[in-house]
Design a protein around this ligand. Structure first.
Ligand code: ATP
Ligand code: MG
Ligand code: MG
Ligand code: MG
Length: 435
């Protein structure tokens, strides 16, 4: 992509309404713009990151055996009246009526709808287990939308729903999501810690929140320092393996302030870390809380009808964009982990008016593109300083700077955005390095 053809409205100044790094940098890097309180337009650069995060979430869900569907954003109020949550949900739910006065709502979550879909189609235990998920926009009329996409009103969530014939089988579905979440967040360069959590309006008694440690997190968290040593890139092939990994990760103390109790916490002070965290995922096992009132039952092995055992599993896809920036930035801007970076390389032409330099950059750009590498090529006539600071701001993992002086010596300068390290090499070596 050439910067001259891109839509990249970067800002030099910190916008007045932004307080935390991720919000400031997402606005300054031209990733999003607010269109109404807590409601955002994703501009090209931001959308590329959102899609990369979505892809990682999708790959890990599919790998864990979940099946992708796409439910609508608008739901009928009838289903929520059946489950009893229509009144309970309160003002966070955006209620709408259509021209025929039918009561609708913009979905804040999908337990009711998926339970309805499931119960209309699945009648026998032989069709279980099933786990269905989608990645869809949600709306919650938050009292205080803030921190940009971190607490929006409209936000992108991955939500999965598992259906099993027994509580034991349901537990394995829960464990499969638990282990998938460990991998999902690790692949985005995040250390997300599973913590025992309150189940809130979703209900049930088994639940973990996944939190990324960051000073700007909204939850206070307490955890054993031993978490640092666990490897989240787990591979599992059986229910026993999954249970054993979940046991390992849950044997160590970790709790949010809602659950933490200094009286009962048995971790030595020297081992207990206190900090703040951003909730990026939340998983629940709630048995028949929805299947019973909504009549979602299947025929069991003995021919009797049983209510299915359900769990639900959310990932805050759009919140993760902010969460990743919170844990990876410096004073100059964002530092994207390669797995979610909008482009891998920023190619900077420092000799804007020098024909040789332009020709050389055009050629290098074409070769990088041909090698399948995602490159953002600053081919504009802006000054060198402005180009470097814009590249630092948008945080691509690598920068290749080409100037007339280097060209004379046959070298380009390759900079690692994270370490700041700069190395001169031939264009050929640069191509090999990134191919
Ligand atoms: P929070 O405690 O932050 O309000 P929640 O517990 O209400 O979140 P869940 O119902 O558990 O949220 O939804 C699943 C995931 O969706 C959360 O873990 C979070 O990552 C994301 N999420 C929830 N609310 C928002 C929001 N207003 N903006 C962006 N992401 C959100
Ligand atoms: Mg909430
Ligand atoms: Mg919460
Ligand atoms: Mg939650």
């Amino acid at each position: 992509m050439r910067v001259s053809r891109y839509f990249l409205p970067t800002l030099k100044e910190t916008p007045a309404d932004a307080q935390i790094a991720s919000h400031i940098f997402m606005l300054r890097a031209g990733m999003v713009r607010q269109s109404a309180s807590g409601i955002y337009t994703w501009l090209p650069l931001g959308l590329r990151v959102l899609k990369k995060i979505e892809d990682i979430v999708r790959e890990e869900q599919n790998k864990a055996g979940a099946l992708e569907v796409l439910m609508p954003t608008i739901q009928s109020a009838d289903l929520w009246k059946k489950s009893g949550r229509y009144d309970d949900y309160g003002k966070e739910m955006l209620r709408i009526s259509d021209r025929k006065d039918a009561e609708l709502l913009y979905g804040p979550t999908n337990e009711e709808l998926i339970t309805d879909i499931f119960s209309n189609e699945v009648k026998s235990y032989k069709d279980l287990p099933k786990n269905l998920y989608h990645i869809q926009w949600k709306f919650r009329d938050e009292i205080r939308p803030r921190f940009g996409v971190m607490r929006g009103r409209e936000f992108l969530m991955k939500d999965a729903y598992s259906f099993d014939v027994s509580a034991e089988a349901g537990r394995d579905s829960y464990n499969a999501m638990f282990t998938a979440y460990l991998r999902t967040f690790a692949r985005m360069g995040l250390k997300a810690m599973p913590m025992r959590a309150d189940t809130g309006p979703i209900g049930g008694d088994l639940s973990h929140e996944f939190l990324v440690i960051a000073e700007t997190g909204e939850s206070e968290v307490f955890f054993h320092k031993g978490f640092e040593d666990l490897d989240p890139m787990v591979e599992t092939h059986s229910a026993e393996e999954r249970q054993s990994i979940v046991d390992t990760w849950t044997s160590m103390y970790a709790a949010t302030d809602e659950i933490h109790n200094p009286e009962t916490c048995d971790v030595a002070d020297s081992d207990l870390i206190q900090g703040r965290g951003i909730e990026v995922g939340h998983i629940f096992f709630f048995g028949d809380k929805y299947s019973a009132p909504m009549g979602a039952s299947v025929q069991g092995p003995d021919g009797k009808l049983v209510n299915v055992q359900m769990g639900s599993y959310g990932v805050g896809v759009s919140r993760l964009v902010g969460g990743i920036i919170e844990s990876s930035h410096d004073e100059n801007g964002i530092i994207w982990p390669e797995s979610v970076a909008p482009f891998k390389i920023g190619l900077i032409n420092l000799g804007g008016k020098n024909d040789d330099c332009v020709a050389f950059c055009d050629d290098l750009y074409a070769q990088l593109e041909a090698a399948g590498i995602e490159v953002l090529y600053d081919d504009t006539k802006n000054g060198a300083g402005a180009k470097f600071s814009q590249m630092d701001l948008i945080g691509l993992p690598w920068q290749i700077a080409v100037g007339p002086r280097g060209l004379k010596n046959g070298v380009v300068e390759v900079k690692n955005r994270k370490t700041g390290e700069k190395v001169e090499m031939t264009p050929q070596d640069a191509l090999t390095k990134f191919s």
